[in-house]
Design a protein around this ligand. Sequence first.
Ligand SMILES: Nc1ncnc2c1ncn2[C@@H]1O[C@H](COP(=O)(O)OP(=O)(O)O)[C@@H](O)[C@H]1O
Ligand SMILES: [Mg+2]
Length: 482
Amino acid sequence: MGRSIDIGAAQLGAPAQIDLEELLATRLLVQGNSGSGKSHLLRRLLEQSAGLVQQIVIDPEGDFVSLAARYGHLALDAAECERDLAVIGARVRAHRVSVVLNLEELEVDAQLRAAATFLNALFDADRALWYPALVVVDEAQLFAPGVASDGSDEARRMSLGAMTNLMCRGRKRGLAGVIATQRLAKLAKNVAAEASNFLMGRTFLDIDMARAADLLGMERRQAESFRDLERGSFIGLGPAISRRPLRVKVGAVETADRGAAPKLLPLPEAHEAEALQNLILAPGEPPPPRVRNAPKPERLQEIFTQIEAPPPDIVAAPPPELTAQEREAAIEEIIGQIVGEAKAAQQAAETLHRDFQLRCRIRRLGPGAPDLADFRRRLTIFRAKQAFPEAVDEEGWDRAIELASRLPGDLQSVFLYLSRAAAAGQPCPEDAEIAGFFGSASPSRARRMLGQLEQSELIVARTDFEQRRIIAFPELGLETAA
Ligand SMILES: Nc1ncnc2c1ncn2[C@@H]1O[C@H](COP(=O)(O)OP(=O)(O)O)[C@@H](O)[C@H]1O
Ligand SMILES: [Mg+2]
């Protein structure tokens, strides 16, 4: 289990938790009628995970700007920087800054374009910048409409395309979509279908209920219960939340939303009919024309400076004190998780290392997590142990690890793999197995690397009388079985 964040109470008062790592991999869809508590829920999720992961909020109503003061998010007023959103998006990615893109001052068309430009910039970031980030989109049916809706065709196509990229192809790039909608039936189906986690709130319309039941794999009859949910209560389901439908009461938040539920206010004292006429119908000054989108270079410069500033220190409590041993154990466990996930061998070490760094942060291991080279070495050692889990000559194996640290990348891999086989008294692996170990499909590449190791006199290969290969490690006093 990775780091869990607490979103409130489940049945019988147990905490309702979301597994953050799992969420990054499997995305979340929140649905519920207006007033059901979706934005509150998103806020709770953002507050609880601030400081653990980069957060990017697409905020059509300016609801989330208040996160800035408490958690250090950069609040971007889209009307002020509309033209520069592509550049800003790219820098946000590069500097891993949490931001709220506030779209409330824009007309519908401009909102769609701004969201699309910004999301595309995040999506198109250079491979080296594919850091994990939560991308939260409130009122997602605006940006990914399933049926004709407000806005011009072109703007709608643009934002639908960006949302589809985010939800369907974002994961590989580290972007995890968390989207909320008040009308599931109005949200594009392909966008909804990519989320594996759901939180369903109060829903009145049959057509939304039917879509929700389909997505959750529930009977329509079961989904009827969504009608009776009170504000702030949701049914959660999915790998990051719960394997069975779980009723969740969302907990309190620290920052304020702006759209508090409307309250009745006393009307002003009644006016005389004539005074009223004057009040409303008297000729007046025409309202000043709205000037907008005039570029304001100082503001833009300010935004860039803020993006590049080091992130504020917002982790509430200092990380727990760990002994060197506990730390090593935690690192080993994380490496085990990474190896346990399919295809670890095929992925570039840089990608795995980023994942590793994130997990270290989530576990709060503090500064000084292993760098790429160290991580690579540990990963190889872990996989070599896994390949030959038998009891080994520990002394020989320790020396092998020490010797290997002098070798570069793939040679180090091959050396550790073979010396582990030897230390475990196992036969020498085939060329194809050796290649497979360092993520190559080419046995001839494995042979070339054996040649290199032989030249550097770290190994001696010979064959026995049945032409079976044996590899000896003169410096370690080990050799593989035939
Ligand atoms: N779990 C909750 N606890 C307390 N107040 C809540 C909760 N959920 C929602 N509210 C309040 O109810 C109102 C509507 O919630 P909101 O999240 O804006 O709904 P939605 O985004 O679904 O329209 C807001 O004033 C909000 O503060
Ligand atoms: Mg809302």
